[in-house]
Design a protein around this ligand. Sequence first.
Ligand code: BT5
Length: 269
Amino acid sequence: MSTNIKVGKLQEGLKTRLVGKYIFFAKEVASTNEWAKGLVELGAPEGTVAVAETQTAGRGRLGRKWISPKGGLWLSLIFRPTLKPSETVKLVFLASLAVAEVLRELYGLKAETKWPNDVLVDGRKVCGILSEMKTVGEKVDYTIIGIGVNANIDVEKGFPEELRETATSIQRALGRKIDLEELFRALLEKVESLYQIFLKEGFVPILEGWKGFASFLGCHVEVYGDDERFEGIASDVDKDGMLVLELRDGFLRRVFFGDLSLKVKRRCV
Ligand code: BT5
């Protein structure tokens, strides 16, 4: 079993046609999303994957930092479906669903999806997704989906203090390390099968699968960004990926999948 990434093993037995046909591996990069952008600009096709053992400038949304020590799975995927810019969020749901399903199937973890871009285990963030795109006119030229999974990370040693309460890792949840290449391959296979469903049947089956793991639905939540904050019952996520929030006065507010985050405040109904 390899608990560090061995480049020769990444593609061994990989059962995909598109996702991971070309895999670029580095021991260390600034950010795999940045790297993948460079690759696509050089002509890398859809399905190309960039994966690194560590990132020195891993990033989250709005330029936030993503802590990426050795032992994690830090990767970015290149997609080029025909989408409008507002639709690329659908690929974030697809990636979160893929991660949640793989964590359940491979390790029996009760992984949950949380709007907008997290996967949780034991109520803590085990994975974050970052989508970035290039548009040409009204169309998306390409989308990079960055996936960061805290796999073989000792949370006490590998993370700064402020993350130890809110973040977790597969290692922490299972009490053992896992085979990183096996996780990598399972994730690519899951992404490919969900992407085929998405291309054939659209977003509905992806969203339904994602909602099936979304335990925050029905809960009293707080939604917050840099300069806004509001509360309500998370009653649904709609077909555009917007959070439907029931406010105290009974009105429904649709919250765009943007730069906001969500915190569960109280028990769910
Ligand atoms: C995200 O942003 O959750 C998106 C993370 C995407 C990371 C992947 S790794 C491969 C690819 N290359 C990149 O450069 N990025 C992608 P956001 O929702 O903005 O959450 C960021 C916040 O999560 C930070 O401000 C921290 O509070 C917290 N955080 C940072 N590192 C973390 C980690 N490893 N695990 C859990 N939480 C973390």
